[in-house]
Design a protein around this ligand. Structure first.
Ligand code: NAD
Length: 283
């Protein structure tokens, strides 16, 4: 069994991003990212901190707009419009989930698709589905890079994606389909999850349920990508896979932490650089 080391690969990508930022700066372009955080969810605040710190380390200029839970949709839209117009900002990221009184779709659709480094705007969603160049959502993008690093080609493989959200499962399934895998997409209403996972050469799970994927649901030699992040009562972070019992059956597996999580941050930086390069080209 081989551990898919997302920490190691993400460090390599971030080193590379730093070099690219240096090059861009020499030619007068400093990449910039605006992060919008609404409310006081501790997990969201922690993610925003991690992203801001990663930007700083890479030399990317970043602004964090932190707003109270009570803020109106109009106020958030105003900030997005301001960031759309700001020539120093290449990427705009709204940390999800948003409070219930905010229409998430309206917020995401307000972001200039050319600055949509999260890849959640329907314009980029469509481009990625069609296999065209666009911003790829950072988490599934990170998974694809991890597979590439370990020379795992999804072509012709049976893949089971468990979880079908717009930010994780659906784009994950899309990228794997575009890489010529045969993809099963499972979700909360799937009748017999085990029947799907047992047929899979690769299982990608991003659900948010501790120990959802157990030993008897995995075939020998399968490749396991655990996207889930769950915090146990004792503070420990775990994924959606019963790692201890599943790992010995797999050919490859991602750990949590140290697997997909760090890759997500690295790919967000990569998308921000891509956007900055586009800006430079247009100038
Ligand atoms: P979500 O709640 O939006 O979606 C969850 C999905 O899982 C839904 O499609 C739902 O139908 C499905 N699901 C729920 N219970 C299920 C079950 N028992 N069996 C099968 N399917 C089930 O969540 P999300 O935003 O997609 O996040 C999913 C997980 O991925 C969370 O643990 C989140 O923390 C994690 N995540 C990790 C990263 C990362 O960088 N590693 C990034 C984003 C999200």
């Amino acid at each position: 069994m081989i551990i898919l080391d997302g920490k190691k690969l993400s460090d390599k990508i971030r080193e590379n991003v730093k070099k690219e930022v240096d090059e861009l700066q020499k030619s007068g372009t400093t990449p910039g990212l605006a992060v919008i955080l609404v409310g006081n969810d501790p997990a969201s605040a922690a993610y925003v901190n991690m992203k801001s710190r990663a930007c700083k380390e890479a030399g990317i200029y970043s602004i964090a707009h932190e707003m109270p839970d009570s803020i109106s949709q109009e106020n958030i839209l105003d900030i997005i419009h301001m960031m759309n117009k700001n020539p120093n900002i290449d990427g705009i990221l709204v940390q999800l989930p948003l409070p219930k009184h905010i229409d998430t779709t309206a917020i995401l659709e307000a972001i200039d698709p050319n600055k949509d480094v999260d890849g959640f705007h329907p314009y980029n969603v469509g481009r990625v589905v069609a296999g065209l160049d666009g911003f790829i959502p950072a988490t599934p993008y990170g998974v694809m890079e991890l597979l590439k690093e370990y020379e795992i080609d999804p072509k012709g493989k049976n893949v089971c994606v468990v979880g079908a959200s717009n930010i994780v499962g659906k784009p994950m399934a899309t990228l794997l389909l575009n890489a010529n895998a045969t993809v099963d997409i499972c979700h909360i209403y799937t009748k017999d999850l085990k029947a799907h996972t047992l047929n899979a050469d690769i299982i990608c799970v991003g659900v948010g349920v501790v120990n959802l994927i157990k030993e008897d649901m995995v075939k020998d030699g399968a490749i396991i990508i655990d996207i889930g992040i769950n915090r146990l009562e004792n503070g420990k972070l775990v994924g959606d896979v019963d790692f201890e019992n599943v790992a010995s059956k797999c050919s490859y597996i991602t750990p949590v932490p140290g697997g997909v999580g760090p890759m997500t941050i690295a790919m967000l930086l990569e998308n921000t650089i891509k956007s900055a390069k586009n800006r430079k080209q247009k100038a």
